[in-house]
Design a protein around this ligand. Structure first.
Ligand code: HEM
Length: 465
């Protein structure tokens, strides 16, 4: 017998504004803990009614497959994405992350070629060069905020590779917007956005500044158009079936989407990778051994990645253990059965990747950080949808090849030069909003690696000789 919505277990319904406030506070304080406790206490499918609106929390790979792949047409993005007042759409307009249906399909078709594997291989050199530039500003033993460094680096990379521009002078605008996105999108506040609180005023300014920057970029490119072969040129030249080109507003929405979706995710993947490396010396030692053996101090290239399997496994494990996107939201647009559950039209759903990535039914010793679980043989045995850091189905991350290449190249470049050390007793708290980031930043001490010092000395001796 299929299970009806009323029979799905879950916490007591949230019935008044005080209870909503309490719920938002627990989500804002520790959403990952809350997701885990729902799963532990009620199971794979949990119902929470908030002021009469049903909200499901799902942590089950089979059900992920149905929602994102086989029955995806029964779902669309939920209000956390689409609501132009409180959702991501407030920032991203009608960009491909938040739209649905035919419009989304048309836009996705236009954006996808920029991420073709042949095209992104041209981006590898920029990724490594920009990382080396960042390293040239580091001093061994002097603390840096790794979270800030990764954010700037990945943003510069996305701006150069997709928009052929140097964003250094405007990093502040994008960073402020990203903070506003993480702090204010989603229904995590009871205060309506028309109330001019200091946070709201900051958000409005962030959007204005970002718009001024992106519209400026579009105007400049329209006025002096030459095909620079980057994504912006492709979008400017793209025509739909009726021969229409994109408006400035649509160009702005896609550009902002790619700026925002394309940097903070990879930055946080690297943040968590360095954080775990600092805590698992045996993993760090294996990484260094591989980098020293394969690269021997030279810059990594795209071709090197094939020879760096441990680096790749490490990035994969880091995305399992602390996925930069802990889950995604959907809304049922019709009554639909998934698994044994009858889901009613209008139900909001959070697909909880984080808990599934740590579920002992799909992973041996899930709380151990162990890159070796990603050997080719073991990967074949994994449930295909128990590991979905990039989502799945038609809405899978459009930038995932870009992101994997970038995370591996940046890790190889940085880790062959420096170890990043955490201060003893320092607590780093993950904060899951749109992305999962270290709440108070990630202060770490870069230490120049011994091997490189030895190599440089050897070279100096050889030169003298
Ligand atoms: C490690 C890094 C990344 C992670 C973990 C990640 C994760 C995700 C996930 C989970 C989704 C699916 C959202 C959903 O189903 O609702 C997504 C979509 C998307 N990602 Fe990424 N992403 C990463 C890097 C990137 C990069 C580098 C770019 C672009 C430069 C990018 C652009 C996008 C876009 C545009 C979408 C929306 C695709 C669509 O709906 O058609 N992402 N990403």
């Amino acid at each position: 017998m299929p299970i009806k919505m009323n029979d799905i277990p879950g916490p007591a319904p949230v019935k008044n504004l005080y209870q909503v406030y309490k719920l938002f506070s627990s989500f804002n304080n520790n959403s990952l803990g809350l997701l885990e406790s729902y799963h532990r206490d009620y199971g794979d499918v949990v119902l929470l009614e908030v002021l009469g609106q049903p909200q499901l929390f799902i942590a089950n790979p089979e059900l992920f497959r149905e929602i994102m792949v086989t029955k995806a047409s029964s779902f669309e993005k939920d209000a956390d994405y689409k609501d132009k007042n409180r959702g991501l759409a407030r920032f991203l307009g009608d960009g491909i992350l938040v739209t649905d249906g035919e419009f989304w399909k048309k836009q996705r078709k236009l954006v996808t070629p920029a991420f073709h594997i042949n095209r992104i291989s041209e981006y590898a050199e920029t990724m490594v060069d920009y990382s080396e530039e960042m390293l040239s500003d580091w001093t061994s033993g002097t603390k840096v905020d790794v979270a800030e460094e990764m954010m700037k680096l990945t943003l510069r990379i996305v701006a150069r590779t997709l928009f052929n521009t140097d964003i250094r002078a405007n990093i502040g605008e994008i960073d402020a917007t990203m903070q506003a996105v993480n702090e204010s999108s989603g229904s995590n506040s009871l205060i309506p956005t028309w109330v001019p609180t200091p946070k709201e005023l900051k958000t409005r300014k962030a959007i204005r500044d970002l718009d001024a920057y992106v519209y400026g970029l579009i105007k400049e490119r329209r006025e002096n158009f030459k095909d620079e072969g980057d994504l912006l040129s492709m979008l400017l030249l793209a025509e739909d079936d009726e021969g229409n080109r994109m408006s400035d507003k649509q160009l702005r929405d896609e550009a902002v989407t790619l700026f925002l979706a394309g940097h903070e995710t990879t930055a946080n993947t690297l943040n968590w990778t360095f954080y775990y490396l600092a805590q698992y010396p045996e993993v760090e030692a294996k990484l260094h051994e591989e980098l020293d053996r394969v690269l021997a101090g030279r810059k990594p290239t795209l071709a090197d990645l094939r020879q760096l399997p441990y680096t790749e496994k490490l990035v994969k494990e880091s995305m399992r253990f602390m996925p930069a996107v802990s889950g995604v939201g959907r809304k049922a647009i019709e009554d639909v059965q998934i698994g044994n559950y009858l889901i009613e039209k209008g139900t909001s759903i959070i697909l909880n990747f984080y808990t599934t990535h740590r579920d002992s039914r799909y992973w041996d010793e899930p709380l151990a950080f162990n890159p070796e679980r990603f050997t080719a043989e073991k990967e074949k045995e994994q449930h295909r949808y128990a590991y979905i850091p990039f989502g799945a189905g038609a809405r899978v991350c459009v930038g995932f090849n870009f992101a994997i290449m970038e995370a591996n190249l940046l890790l190889a470049t940085i880790a062959q030069d420096y170890r990043l050390v955490l201060e003893k007793g320092q607590e780093i708290i993950p904060m899951a909003r749109i992305t999962t980031y270290p709440k108070e930043g990630l202060p770490m001490r870069p230490e120049k690696r011994e091997r490189l010092i030895v190599k440089e000395e050897t070279e100096a001796v050889l030169q003298e000789a």
